[in-house]
Design a protein around this ligand. Structure first.
Ligand code: C5P
Length: 401
Protein backbone atom coordinates (compact mmCIF):
# COMPACT_ATOMS: atom_id res chain seq x y z
CA UNK A 1 0.00 0.00 0.00
CA UNK A 2 1.29 3.46 -0.89
CA UNK A 3 0.98 4.96 2.59
CA UNK A 4 2.88 8.12 1.64
CA UNK A 5 1.10 8.93 -1.62
CA UNK A 6 1.08 12.70 -2.31
CA UNK A 7 3.45 13.39 0.57
CA UNK A 8 6.44 15.59 -0.14
CA UNK A 9 9.54 14.81 1.90
CA UNK A 10 12.72 16.82 1.98
CA UNK A 11 15.39 14.30 2.99
CA UNK A 12 18.42 15.94 4.60
CA UNK A 13 21.61 13.92 4.79
CA UNK A 14 24.49 14.96 7.03
CA UNK A 15 28.07 13.72 7.35
CA UNK A 16 28.06 10.35 9.07
CA UNK A 17 28.68 6.76 8.07
CA UNK A 18 24.91 6.10 8.26
CA UNK A 19 24.62 8.24 5.10
CA UNK A 20 24.90 4.95 3.19
CA UNK A 21 21.63 3.82 4.87
CA UNK A 22 19.94 7.02 3.66
CA UNK A 23 20.06 5.52 0.15
CA UNK A 24 17.81 2.67 1.30
CA UNK A 25 15.65 5.12 3.24
CA UNK A 26 15.21 7.20 0.09
CA UNK A 27 14.28 4.09 -1.92
CA UNK A 28 11.70 3.01 0.67
CA UNK A 29 10.15 6.48 0.94
CA UNK A 30 9.67 6.57 -2.82
CA UNK A 31 8.33 3.02 -2.79
CA UNK A 32 5.76 4.13 -0.20
CA UNK A 33 4.58 6.78 -2.65
CA UNK A 34 6.38 9.88 -1.35
CA UNK A 35 7.91 12.52 -3.57
CA UNK A 36 11.40 13.11 -2.23
CA UNK A 37 14.04 15.79 -2.78
CA UNK A 38 17.46 15.31 -1.26
CA UNK A 39 19.61 17.96 0.41
CA UNK A 40 23.11 17.02 1.53
CA UNK A 41 25.48 18.90 3.80
CA UNK A 42 28.94 19.39 2.29
CA UNK A 43 30.46 16.81 4.66
CA UNK A 44 27.85 14.18 3.74
CA UNK A 45 29.55 14.08 0.33
CA UNK A 46 32.64 12.68 2.03
CA UNK A 47 30.65 9.50 2.68
CA UNK A 48 28.34 9.07 -0.33
CA UNK A 49 28.39 10.68 -3.77
CA UNK A 50 25.36 12.86 -4.58
CA UNK A 51 24.92 10.84 -7.77
CA UNK A 52 23.66 7.87 -5.70
CA UNK A 53 20.73 9.86 -4.33
CA UNK A 54 20.16 11.58 -7.65
CA UNK A 55 19.79 8.23 -9.40
CA UNK A 56 17.42 6.93 -6.71
CA UNK A 57 15.25 10.05 -6.45
CA UNK A 58 15.28 10.98 -10.12
CA UNK A 59 16.01 14.60 -9.15
CA UNK A 60 19.10 16.70 -8.71
CA UNK A 61 20.56 16.75 -5.22
CA UNK A 62 20.78 20.12 -3.48
CA UNK A 63 24.01 20.87 -1.63
CA UNK A 64 25.30 24.38 -2.10
CA UNK A 65 23.65 27.40 -0.53
CA UNK A 66 25.05 29.63 -3.24
CA UNK A 67 24.33 27.46 -6.29
CA UNK A 68 22.86 29.83 -8.90
CA UNK A 69 21.73 26.97 -11.13
CA UNK A 70 19.89 25.14 -8.34
CA UNK A 71 18.37 28.39 -7.12
CA UNK A 72 16.95 29.13 -10.55
CA UNK A 73 15.24 25.68 -10.65
CA UNK A 74 13.69 25.90 -7.15
CA UNK A 75 15.19 28.45 -4.77
CA UNK A 76 15.79 27.48 -1.18
CA UNK A 77 12.76 29.31 0.19
CA UNK A 78 10.54 27.59 -2.34
CA UNK A 79 12.10 24.24 -1.41
CA UNK A 80 11.42 24.96 2.27
CA UNK A 81 7.77 25.63 1.44
CA UNK A 82 7.42 22.72 -0.95
CA UNK A 83 7.76 19.91 1.57
CA UNK A 84 5.25 18.45 4.04
CA UNK A 85 8.05 17.17 6.28
CA UNK A 86 11.77 17.75 6.56
CA UNK A 87 13.49 14.53 7.61
CA UNK A 88 17.19 14.70 8.46
CA UNK A 89 18.65 11.18 8.47
CA UNK A 90 21.34 10.69 9.51
CA UNK A 91 21.55 13.75 11.77
CA UNK A 92 25.11 14.14 13.10
CA UNK A 93 25.98 15.60 16.53
CA UNK A 94 27.42 18.64 14.74
CA UNK A 95 24.20 19.17 12.77
CA UNK A 96 22.02 18.85 15.89
CA UNK A 97 24.19 21.39 17.73
CA UNK A 98 23.96 23.86 14.88
CA UNK A 99 20.23 23.31 14.41
CA UNK A 100 19.71 23.97 18.10
CA UNK A 101 21.84 27.12 17.98
CA UNK A 102 19.99 28.43 14.91
CA UNK A 103 22.97 28.32 12.52
CA UNK A 104 22.34 28.65 8.81
CA UNK A 105 25.80 28.11 7.35
CA UNK A 106 24.78 25.42 4.88
CA UNK A 107 21.74 24.81 2.71
CA UNK A 108 20.18 22.12 4.93
CA UNK A 109 20.38 24.25 8.09
CA UNK A 110 19.01 27.23 6.19
CA UNK A 111 16.07 25.15 5.00
CA UNK A 112 15.35 23.96 8.54
CA UNK A 113 15.25 27.58 9.70
CA UNK A 114 13.26 28.79 6.71
CA UNK A 115 10.62 26.06 6.78
CA UNK A 116 7.35 26.28 8.65
CA UNK A 117 6.93 22.56 8.12
CA UNK A 118 7.77 20.04 10.84
CA UNK A 119 11.35 18.87 11.15
CA UNK A 120 12.22 15.29 12.16
CA UNK A 121 15.77 14.21 12.92
CA UNK A 122 17.26 10.71 13.18
CA UNK A 123 20.41 11.10 15.29
CA UNK A 124 23.37 8.92 14.31
CA UNK A 125 26.71 9.13 16.05
CA UNK A 126 29.22 7.35 18.24
CA UNK A 127 27.71 6.33 21.60
CA UNK A 128 30.12 8.56 23.54
CA UNK A 129 29.17 11.58 21.43
CA UNK A 130 25.52 10.76 22.01
CA UNK A 131 26.12 10.48 25.77
CA UNK A 132 27.89 13.85 25.90
CA UNK A 133 25.97 16.44 27.94
CA UNK A 134 26.16 18.94 25.06
CA UNK A 135 24.40 16.51 22.70
CA UNK A 136 21.86 15.67 25.38
CA UNK A 137 21.12 19.39 25.91
CA UNK A 138 20.82 19.98 22.18
CA UNK A 139 18.39 17.10 21.74
CA UNK A 140 16.29 18.13 24.75
CA UNK A 141 16.04 21.70 23.53
CA UNK A 142 15.14 20.61 20.02
CA UNK A 143 12.40 18.38 21.46
CA UNK A 144 11.09 21.29 23.50
CA UNK A 145 10.83 23.24 20.24
CA UNK A 146 8.73 20.45 18.73
CA UNK A 147 11.46 18.99 16.55
CA UNK A 148 10.63 15.28 16.24
CA UNK A 149 13.56 13.19 17.41
CA UNK A 150 13.41 9.63 16.10
CA UNK A 151 15.93 7.32 17.73
CA UNK A 152 18.75 6.62 18.04
CA UNK A 153 18.79 2.84 18.29
CA UNK A 154 21.24 0.84 20.37
CA UNK A 155 23.69 -1.70 19.12
CA UNK A 156 26.99 -2.24 17.36
CA UNK A 157 28.46 0.86 15.80
CA UNK A 158 30.63 1.34 12.73
CA UNK A 159 33.56 2.34 14.99
CA UNK A 160 33.30 -0.93 16.97
CA UNK A 161 31.62 0.60 20.04
CA UNK A 162 28.35 -0.76 21.34
CA UNK A 163 25.60 1.50 22.73
CA UNK A 164 22.94 4.04 21.80
CA UNK A 165 23.75 6.17 18.77
CA UNK A 166 22.89 4.06 15.71
CA UNK A 167 20.49 5.59 13.24
CA UNK A 168 17.06 3.90 13.31
CA UNK A 169 16.73 1.40 10.48
CA UNK A 170 15.25 2.82 7.24
CA UNK A 171 12.10 0.64 7.59
CA UNK A 172 11.48 2.06 11.07
CA UNK A 173 11.98 5.63 9.85
CA UNK A 174 9.52 5.12 6.96
CA UNK A 175 7.10 3.71 9.50
CA UNK A 176 7.52 6.81 11.70
CA UNK A 177 6.90 9.08 8.71
CA UNK A 178 3.74 7.12 7.83
CA UNK A 179 2.52 7.26 11.44
CA UNK A 180 3.18 10.98 11.51
CA UNK A 181 0.84 11.52 8.56
CA UNK A 182 -2.06 9.44 9.95
CA UNK A 183 -4.69 12.08 10.73
CA UNK A 184 -5.44 12.37 14.44
CA UNK A 185 -8.90 13.00 15.86
CA UNK A 186 -7.55 16.18 17.48
CA UNK A 187 -5.71 17.59 14.48
CA UNK A 188 -5.82 21.38 14.63
CA UNK A 189 -7.15 21.37 18.22
CA UNK A 190 -5.43 23.57 20.83
CA UNK A 191 -5.43 21.69 24.10
CA UNK A 192 -4.40 23.33 27.35
CA UNK A 193 -3.62 21.14 30.34
CA UNK A 194 -2.52 21.67 33.93
CA UNK A 195 -0.61 18.97 35.78
CA UNK A 196 1.32 18.26 38.95
CA UNK A 197 1.19 19.99 42.32
CA UNK A 198 1.69 23.65 43.12
CA UNK A 199 4.10 24.95 45.75
CA UNK A 200 3.02 27.78 48.01
CA UNK A 201 5.96 29.53 49.62
CA UNK A 202 6.22 29.91 53.40
CA UNK A 203 9.62 31.55 53.15
CA UNK A 204 12.41 31.39 50.52
CA UNK A 205 13.26 27.76 51.43
CA UNK A 206 9.98 26.20 52.60
CA UNK A 207 6.65 25.59 50.96
CA UNK A 208 3.26 23.88 51.27
CA UNK A 209 2.52 21.31 48.59
CA UNK A 210 0.83 17.94 48.00
CA UNK A 211 1.54 14.40 46.80
CA UNK A 212 0.64 14.87 43.12
CA UNK A 213 3.30 13.27 40.87
CA UNK A 214 1.97 14.76 37.62
CA UNK A 215 1.82 11.26 36.05
CA UNK A 216 -1.85 11.44 35.09
CA UNK A 217 -1.52 14.88 33.50
CA UNK A 218 1.63 13.96 31.60
CA UNK A 219 -0.03 10.75 30.33
CA UNK A 220 -2.99 12.85 29.14
CA UNK A 221 -0.64 15.24 27.33
CA UNK A 222 0.99 12.27 25.61
CA UNK A 223 -2.38 10.75 24.60
CA UNK A 224 -3.64 14.10 23.24
CA UNK A 225 -0.43 14.57 21.24
CA UNK A 226 -0.88 11.14 19.68
CA UNK A 227 -4.30 12.29 18.45
CA UNK A 228 -2.67 15.29 16.80
CA UNK A 229 -3.58 18.02 19.33
CA UNK A 230 -1.31 20.96 19.82
CA UNK A 231 -0.69 20.66 23.56
CA UNK A 232 0.35 23.32 26.07
CA UNK A 233 1.20 21.74 29.40
CA UNK A 234 1.27 24.11 32.36
CA UNK A 235 3.05 22.06 34.96
CA UNK A 236 3.89 22.41 38.60
CA UNK A 237 7.22 20.94 39.83
CA UNK A 238 7.42 17.23 38.93
CA UNK A 239 10.19 14.74 38.25
CA UNK A 240 8.98 13.81 34.76
CA UNK A 241 10.39 14.62 31.32
CA UNK A 242 8.14 16.75 29.11
CA UNK A 243 6.46 14.58 26.45
CA UNK A 244 8.04 15.19 23.06
CA UNK A 245 6.14 17.86 21.18
CA UNK A 246 4.38 19.63 24.06
CA UNK A 247 4.78 23.30 24.79
CA UNK A 248 5.82 23.12 28.44
CA UNK A 249 5.21 26.07 30.75
CA UNK A 250 6.86 25.31 34.10
CA UNK A 251 5.33 27.05 37.11
CA UNK A 252 5.50 26.75 40.90
CA UNK A 253 2.64 28.51 42.63
CA UNK A 254 -1.12 28.48 41.99
CA UNK A 255 -0.93 32.16 41.05
CA UNK A 256 1.75 31.44 38.43
CA UNK A 257 -0.34 28.53 37.13
CA UNK A 258 -3.38 30.82 36.93
CA UNK A 259 -1.41 33.50 35.03
CA UNK A 260 0.00 30.96 32.55
CA UNK A 261 -3.41 29.35 31.95
CA UNK A 262 -5.28 32.63 31.55
CA UNK A 263 -2.84 33.76 28.86
CA UNK A 264 -3.98 30.92 26.60
CA UNK A 265 -7.39 29.83 27.86
CA UNK A 266 -9.62 31.84 25.56
CA UNK A 267 -7.72 30.74 22.45
CA UNK A 268 -7.76 27.06 23.48
CA UNK A 269 -10.37 24.55 22.35
CA UNK A 270 -10.10 22.14 25.27
CA UNK A 271 -8.91 22.76 28.83
CA UNK A 272 -8.12 19.85 31.14
CA UNK A 273 -7.41 20.81 34.75
CA UNK A 274 -5.48 17.86 36.08
CA UNK A 275 -3.24 19.77 38.48
CA UNK A 276 -3.60 19.37 42.22
CA UNK A 277 -3.70 23.08 42.88
CA UNK A 278 -3.15 24.10 46.51
CA UNK A 279 -6.43 25.51 47.81
CA UNK A 280 -4.63 27.93 50.13
CA UNK A 281 -1.41 29.91 50.15
CA UNK A 282 0.43 31.62 52.97
CA UNK A 283 -0.93 35.14 53.28
CA UNK A 284 2.42 36.83 53.69
CA UNK A 285 5.33 34.59 52.70
CA UNK A 286 8.43 35.69 54.63
CA UNK A 287 11.22 37.42 52.70
CA UNK A 288 13.86 35.65 54.77
CA UNK A 289 14.18 32.16 56.22
CA UNK A 290 12.04 31.88 59.37
CA UNK A 291 13.94 31.07 62.57
CA UNK A 292 12.70 28.54 65.13
CA UNK A 293 12.61 31.03 67.97
CA UNK A 294 9.21 30.06 69.42
CA UNK A 295 7.69 26.73 70.55
CA UNK A 296 4.80 27.03 68.14
CA UNK A 297 3.87 29.13 65.20
CA UNK A 298 0.82 29.62 63.05
CA UNK A 299 0.50 30.48 59.42
CA UNK A 300 -2.29 32.62 58.09
CA UNK A 301 -3.61 30.98 54.91
CA UNK A 302 -5.75 32.58 52.25
CA UNK A 303 -7.72 30.95 49.43
CA UNK A 304 -6.13 30.57 46.03
CA UNK A 305 -8.08 31.44 42.93
CA UNK A 306 -9.86 28.46 41.35
CA UNK A 307 -8.22 28.23 37.92
CA UNK A 308 -10.75 25.82 36.44
CA UNK A 309 -13.74 27.87 37.59
CA UNK A 310 -12.11 31.02 36.19
CA UNK A 311 -11.58 29.39 32.79
CA UNK A 312 -15.09 28.01 32.63
CA UNK A 313 -16.48 31.48 33.45
CA UNK A 314 -14.74 33.07 30.45
CA UNK A 315 -16.98 34.45 27.75
CA UNK A 316 -15.11 32.59 25.04
CA UNK A 317 -14.40 29.42 26.94
CA UNK A 318 -12.84 26.11 25.92
CA UNK A 319 -14.46 22.72 26.54
CA UNK A 320 -13.66 22.33 30.26
CA UNK A 321 -12.67 19.07 31.93
CA UNK A 322 -11.98 18.91 35.66
CA UNK A 323 -10.71 16.27 38.05
CA UNK A 324 -12.07 15.46 41.46
CA UNK A 325 -9.85 13.51 43.83
CA UNK A 326 -11.99 12.35 46.73
CA UNK A 327 -11.53 10.09 49.72
CA UNK A 328 -15.31 9.50 50.12
CA UNK A 329 -18.70 10.17 48.48
CA UNK A 330 -17.04 10.32 45.09
CA UNK A 331 -20.18 10.70 43.00
CA UNK A 332 -21.84 13.33 45.18
CA UNK A 333 -18.79 15.60 45.29
CA UNK A 334 -17.93 15.09 41.62
CA UNK A 335 -21.45 15.97 40.47
CA UNK A 336 -21.41 18.99 42.77
CA UNK A 337 -18.20 20.27 41.17
CA UNK A 338 -19.48 19.57 37.66
CA UNK A 339 -22.36 21.89 38.36
CA UNK A 340 -20.72 24.53 40.56
CA UNK A 341 -17.76 25.01 38.23
CA UNK A 342 -19.98 24.76 35.15
CA UNK A 343 -17.90 22.00 33.56
CA UNK A 344 -18.40 19.91 30.43
CA UNK A 345 -16.93 16.85 32.10
CA UNK A 346 -15.39 15.74 35.38
CA UNK A 347 -13.15 12.73 36.02
CA UNK A 348 -13.39 11.55 39.59
CA UNK A 349 -11.03 9.21 41.36
CA UNK A 350 -10.82 7.75 44.80
CA UNK A 351 -7.62 8.76 46.56
CA UNK A 352 -6.23 7.55 49.82
CA UNK A 353 -5.80 3.87 48.92
CA UNK A 354 -2.50 2.52 47.61
CA UNK A 355 -3.88 1.29 44.29
CA UNK A 356 -4.85 4.44 42.47
CA UNK A 357 -4.65 8.20 42.55
CA UNK A 358 -1.64 10.12 43.76
CA UNK A 359 1.97 8.97 43.32
CA UNK A 360 1.15 5.60 41.72
CA UNK A 361 1.27 4.41 38.11
CA UNK A 362 -2.31 3.19 37.92
CA UNK A 363 -5.71 4.74 38.37
CA UNK A 364 -9.43 4.25 37.85
CA UNK A 365 -11.96 6.91 37.02
CA UNK A 366 -15.65 7.62 37.18
CA UNK A 367 -16.37 10.18 34.49
CA UNK A 368 -19.47 12.39 34.60
CA UNK A 369 -20.89 14.95 32.20
CA UNK A 370 -24.27 16.67 32.13
CA UNK A 371 -26.65 13.77 31.49
CA UNK A 372 -24.15 10.93 31.34
CA UNK A 373 -21.44 8.91 33.04
CA UNK A 374 -18.88 6.22 32.28
CA UNK A 375 -16.48 4.14 34.35
CA UNK A 376 -12.90 3.70 33.26
CA UNK A 377 -11.70 0.49 34.89
CA UNK A 378 -8.51 0.18 36.90
CA UNK A 379 -5.50 0.32 34.52
CA UNK A 380 -2.15 2.05 34.00
CA UNK A 381 -2.29 5.83 33.79
CA UNK A 382 -1.21 5.55 30.13
CA UNK A 383 -4.25 3.36 29.33
CA UNK A 384 -6.58 5.49 31.42
CA UNK A 385 -5.34 8.64 29.67
CA UNK A 386 -6.03 7.15 26.24
CA UNK A 387 -9.57 6.18 27.25
CA UNK A 388 -10.27 9.55 28.83
CA UNK A 389 -8.99 11.40 25.76
CA UNK A 390 -11.27 9.20 23.58
CA UNK A 391 -14.19 10.12 25.79
CA UNK A 392 -13.29 13.82 25.71
CA UNK A 393 -13.12 13.66 21.89
CA UNK A 394 -16.59 12.08 21.83
CA UNK A 395 -18.17 14.69 24.13
CA UNK A 396 -16.23 17.60 22.59
CA UNK A 397 -17.42 16.58 19.11
CA UNK A 398 -21.03 16.35 20.37
CA UNK A 399 -20.78 19.77 22.03
CA UNK A 400 -19.62 21.38 18.77
CA UNK A 401 -22.44 19.96 16.65
O1 C5P B 1 -12.57 21.97 44.10
P1 C5P B 1 -11.49 21.00 43.82
O2 C5P B 1 -10.12 21.51 44.16
O3 C5P B 1 -11.68 19.63 44.37
O4 C5P B 1 -11.54 20.82 42.22
C1 C5P B 1 -10.67 20.02 41.54
C2 C5P B 1 -10.55 20.48 40.12
O5 C5P B 1 -10.39 21.89 40.05
C3 C5P B 1 -9.33 19.92 39.45
O6 C5P B 1 -9.63 19.78 38.09
C4 C5P B 1 -8.29 20.99 39.69
O7 C5P B 1 -7.25 20.95 38.72
C5 C5P B 1 -9.10 22.25 39.59
N1 C5P B 1 -8.64 23.36 40.43
C6 C5P B 1 -8.14 24.49 39.86
N2 C5P B 1 -7.72 25.54 40.66
C7 C5P B 1 -7.81 25.47 41.99
C8 C5P B 1 -8.32 24.31 42.59
C9 C5P B 1 -8.72 23.27 41.79
O8 C5P B 1 -8.04 24.56 38.64
N3 C5P B 1 -7.39 26.48 42.72
Amino acid sequence: MQTLANKKILLGITGGIAAYKAAELLRLLIKAGAEVRVVMTPSAQEFVQPLTYQALSGHRVYIDLFDAEAESAMDHIELARWCDLLLVAPASANFLGKLNAGYADNLLLTLCLASKQPVAVAPAMNQQMFANAATEDNINQLKARRVLVWGPAEGEQACGDVGPGRMLEPEQLVNNVAQYFIPGKLDGVELLLTAGPTREAIDPVRYISNRSSGKMGYALAEAALKEGASVTLVSGPVALPAPQGVQLVAVESAQQMYDAVMQQASTSDIFIACAAVADYRVDQAADHKLKKSTDSMSLQLVRNVDILAAVSALERRPFCVGFAAETRQLEKYALGKLEQKNLDMIAANQVGDSNSGFEVDSNQLEVFWPGGRQSIEHATKTDIAKQLIDLIIERYTCARR
